[in-house]
Design a protein around this ligand. Structure first.
Ligand code: F42
Length: 163
């Protein structure tokens, strides 16, 4: 698959704080708006295609990085339902990820089993509130790995069968 930047009509988030963080992050070239409020913890911006609208959507997520791969944790603050973007990534796994000034094309893959457990640990280490969010909700919080094409499929754990 060819890693082209995503193109199309951008539909900003209806949530004002999310929209504003994306705008500041992008307009500053990844030098401002790069942390979650007063926590000082870094965030990345994930650009994706909407599952139904086909429009371009952008969301900030906590930065959980390991050797060039990143986690996308669909926590939505422990809300009872998955964030809408969960179905966007399932339908259209090609995304762009901006980490500070660096922007890269990535493929998203939902994790299961040991691979999920390993990334969950990394996620909680980067952003401890994820553990509280999991306690707040009945659902198991989905975890995706976002990986550049040249790293996709080269994980140590065997690739899970399609589900
Ligand atoms: N959310 C997380 O889940 N995890 C994080 O680590 C996280 C960190 C974070 C850091 C900073 C920050 O500013 C926000 C952060 N958020 C984090 C919030 C995150 O950015 C999302 O806003 C949040 O997860 C909610 O996602 P959501 O997709 O449920 O958002 C709603 C409010 C939303 O924007 N909905 C839109 C809408 O118009 O209702 C999007 C709609 C959409 O994508 N539609 C699809 C389409 O086709 O266009 C259809 C999808 C379908 O199948 O229905």
């Amino acid at each position: 698959m060819n890693a082209m930047p995503l193109e199309g009509e951008y539909e900003p988030s209806p949530a004002q704080w999310v929209r504003e963080q994306v705008e500041l992050y992008e307009s500053s070239g990844g030098t401002q708006g790069t942390t979650l409020w007063d926590t000082g913890l870094p965030v990345v911006i994930v650009t994706m295609r909407g599952a139904k609208s086909g429009r371009i959507r952008k969301i900030p997520l906590m930065r959980v990085e390991n050797e060039g791969r990143y986690a996308a944790v669909a926590s939505k603050g422990g809300f009872p339902r998955h964030p809408v973007w969960y179905s966007n990534l399932k339908a259209n796994p090609q995304v762009d990820l901006q980490d500070g000034p660096k922007r890269q094309s990535m493929m998203a893959r939902e994790l299961a089993g040991d691979e999920r457990a390993q990334w969950w640990q990394r996620a909680v280490a980067a952003y401890p509130a994820y553990a509280e969010y999991q306690e707040k909700t009945q659902r198991v919080i989905p975890v995706f790995v976002l990986e550049p094409e040249h790293l996709a499929g080269s994980a140590k754990a065997p690739a899970p069968t399609r589900n």
